[in-house]
Design a binder for this molecule. Sequence first.
Ligand SMILES: [Zn+2]
Ligand SMILES: [Zn+2]
Length: 353
Amino acid sequence: MSGTLPSTFRAAIVNEPGHTAAYGAKPDEVRPVKFTITDVPLKAPEHGQVLVKVIASGICGSDVHILNGQVGSQFPHVSGHEIIGEVAAIPATEDHWKVGDRVGGGWHGGHCFFCTQCKRGQFQLCQTEAINGVTMWGGLAEYVLLRREALASVPTDVDPAIYAPILCAGVTVFNSLRNMGIRHGGTVAIVGVGGLGHLAVQYAANMGYKVIAIGRDPSKRDESIKFGATEYIDKNQNAVEVLQKNGGADCIVVTANSGSLMTQLQAGLTRGGTLLALSLVGPTAFDTNTLITQQLQVRGWPSGTPIDAEEAIDFAKNFDVHCVVQKFPLDRIQEAYDTIDNGTVRYRSVVIM
Ligand SMILES: [Zn+2]
Ligand SMILES: [Zn+2]
């Protein structure tokens, strides 16, 4: 590798998965997620990989699941899948990316090109999909090895701290919304005004939908209206009643971590409407009677591919969709993570290397 690269780099390693009350730990068994900033050897990229020097790396709500061992990552582990950085080294076989290119890495970390879904061009459904910061080490480190086919090109005139969360939170809400077939002018309810939700409100409003935001916290009313919602429903109001007064939602996008909320809000859909689940809550009940008789749909959506990320960034630039971030240096990653874990972050914690 180039002589300008260090032989080691600092990574925010989690040595063993956390075990918290949310994942069934009894009070005397609770083991919080603990980061250790560790120097690890820098490896040269192999064929198919690119070495990226990380500039900014967001912490996603799913990192809590990942670091509590819920999605099968091997420990010691480095998570992080909202990465913007610069290509620092390429293998001799690399003929597309160049050292110095500004790139992004999201949830989608690589695909095989040969399974049925890949042959159809549905790379995010690849049967052997690699996931950044899940099946491989992620971006909460000074350097990360990413797969060439999963890199998004990122313009150099955007702030990496503000745009890093677009690589997962942004593309997840943008790409799912644009694939739901919601009629123009339709009503979209965004449930949970957090990292994903505050971006979903902005994307949906700029896509031309009437947006109703639903959250617990009355103090998020003004900000939600500023993000583009026409109305904000807090925990003291009956969300289903308000939605039905508006004719029912064409789409209810649930970013809040609550299965029972999904069950309850199904009744807020208009006939033919869609409930889009974007939070990892596990098994959840739905009323099949109204699903059938009112032709409702319950759907999920797994983020997107590099072109989806590039288009999510482009849309954010053109319509001033703005991720509100709190920046932390790598040394303060524990604090950055804890704001996500305890729900106090407004609206996304981003680690700046
Ligand atoms: Zn994510
Ligand atoms: Zn595949």
